[in-house]
Every structure is written in structure tokens, then in C-alpha cells.
Design a protein around this ligand. Sequence first.
Ligand code: FAD
Ligand code: FES
Length: 291
Amino acid sequence: MFKILEKESISPLVDSMTVDAPYIAGHAKAGNFVVLRLHEKGERIPLTIADADREKGTITLLFQKVGKTTEELGMLKPGNAVRDIAGPLGHATPIKKYGHCVLVGGGIGSATLYPILRALKEKHNRITVILGARTINLIVWENKFREYANELMITTDDGSSGRKGLVTEALKDVIEKKRVALVIAVGPIRMMQAVSELTKPYSVKTLVSLNPIMVEGTGMCGACRVNIAGKTRFACVEGPEFDGHEVDFQELASRLNFYREEEAQSLQQFRRKCKRKGGKGSLRPGTRGSC
Ligand SMILES: Cc1cc2nc3c(=O)[nH]c(=O)nc-3n(C[C@H](O)[C@H](O)[C@H](O)COP(=O)(O)OP(=O)(O)OC[C@H]3O[C@@H](n4cnc5c(N)ncnc54)[C@H](O)[C@@H]3O)c2cc1C
Ligand code: FES
């Protein structure tokens, strides 16, 4: 059991959760993720280790409530526990002195970038961070990013914060003005694809962190397979970061849609069950996670 120590709402759809997990905190590196299971009957979902405190033995996860398991996770409170958390998993981001790096985050994808930002900063890189979202309250951890970034740019689709428009427009301006050694993009598939298409003609090395369906996260089931430069790779053990110029984004997008109907049904059933038991569609205090 992994006890939840802190829980905070970051935006209407995004929560952060700090969990007591000394082993994972002691071994986590930028780019790693965990696979968690809320309770014995729960499904396994992967979440990035957004922050880790070795001394306190805690990890922080940021999650967007998009379906059954993340909604259920959002109902837990400090003092509740998560049944299983396996990790750290996946390859760590290659951290070294590159020069000028640009980190591009879309929505909840920014969570992945925060430990990468800190690790690259420790190696004395110059870092521009571009955070994009549909609207102002979907920008996550702006102040925490500001602490380490040399330059922070915000873009919103509706212009409610920073520059109105897409992250790629801001990125193009940066690339055209300064020499960029590395771009790391994490966010929706369309955004990572657009960033990779933008940087290719400039020959700027571009890493993207892929988010295929994962089950156990240890290379056994094949659920997370992605097509990289025409070859099948398992994102959980060979990624999740890959060269953006080699990723087949179309295939990734279509595989992610595979269980759309079942996911929607599962969420509806969960909400109905919660309503019957709690009356308000929420967990009763003291329950361990399942309605
Ligand atoms: C390496 C990795 C790191 C991730 N890190 C984060 C993070 O830090 N914060 C965050 O909010 N999200 C993260 N995700 C995505 C997150 O795992 C899914 O949003 C979550 O699994 C949704 O589960 P659900 O039951 O709430 O929604 P569902 O209704 O099951 O699905 C909603 C969406 O999530 C996708 N999804 C469902 N199950 C999985 C699964 N087992 N693996 C991957 N995607 C799935 C579906 O394709 C669909 O697009 C990460 C994904 C990967 C692969
Ligand atoms: S999640 Fe099973 S092989 Fe990657």
C-alpha cells in the first residue's frame, strides 16, 4: 500500500498527489514513470513521476481526469492509499550538456517536463520552456517552471494567458532566432507530431515522450508497441522517449482509439455505481478507492 500524503487540485481537470514511496523516490530519474493500480480490481495505468524527493521518500504524480481510473484516483484523499505502484519504469531522459534546449509541453504533458528541466539545468544547459494549453487554467505548474527556466513562454488557444496560438508558433520564433541543440516535446499526439514536423527541416534533434496504452509496463504484453523508423518498439521498456522524426504518429493515434467505446462504458458504469452508493457521485469518506 502507498499512502497519499498530499493532494491538490491544480486545475478543474488536473490533480497532483504526493505519495509515500521511498524506493521509487530513491531511484527515480527524469523521464521515468510508474504503473499504478488503485485496488485489487483496478486496471493498471502509467503516470510520469513529475517530482521525487529522495530525503522525504515521496513521489509526486500529476494526472488529468480523463476516464474511469483517473477519475477514481481524483476521489482519493490524503490518508487513503493506492494498492500498487510499480517503478521507476522506462528509460530515463538522456541528460548531458547540450547547449540551448527547448522544452515544449502541451497540457498535462508538462508534468513530464518538470524533472527533465531540473536535470538539464543541473548540467548547465540554457533552457527555454514553452507551455501550451487550450486556456489559462489548464496551464500546469507555471511558477515551478519559472524557477528553473531561463525563459518561459506561455501559449493558449484562446489568448487567456501569454501568446494566443499554438506552441509551434512560439517554437518557430525561438528556432529562427537562436541556435537550438535539442527540443523535447510532451503532450497530445497532434502537438508532438507538429513539433517534430517543424524541427525536421531545421535538423534540430527532437525527442517526444509517447503515451500508448500500457498494461504492465515491463515489456511482456506488447500493448505499448509503437512504430519507430518502420520497426516495432515497446514504449515501456525502450521508451517512452523516441526521436520525433522517426515516430509513426498516425499509427499511435489509431491504436489509442482502439478501446474508446469500452473506456466510455467503463466510466459511465463507475459513475452510476458511485451515485448509487454515495448519492453524489463521489466516494464516501474512509473508502479505499473503489465505490
Ligand atoms: C508513459 C506514460 C506516462 C503517462 N503519464 C501521465 C501523467 O503523468 N499524467 C496523466 O494525466 N496521464 C499520463 N499518461 C496517460 C494516462 O496513463 C492515461 O490518461 C490513463 O491511463 C487514463 O486512464 P483512465 O482509466 O482514466 O481513462 P480511460 O477511459 O481508460 O482512457 C482515457 C484515455 O487514456 C488512454 N489510456 C487508457 N488506459 C491507458 C493505459 N493503461 N496506458 C496509457 N494510456 C491509457 C486512452 O487511450 C484514452 O485516450 C501517461 C501515459 C504513458 C504511456
Ligand atoms: S506495457 Fe506491456 S509490453 Fe509495454
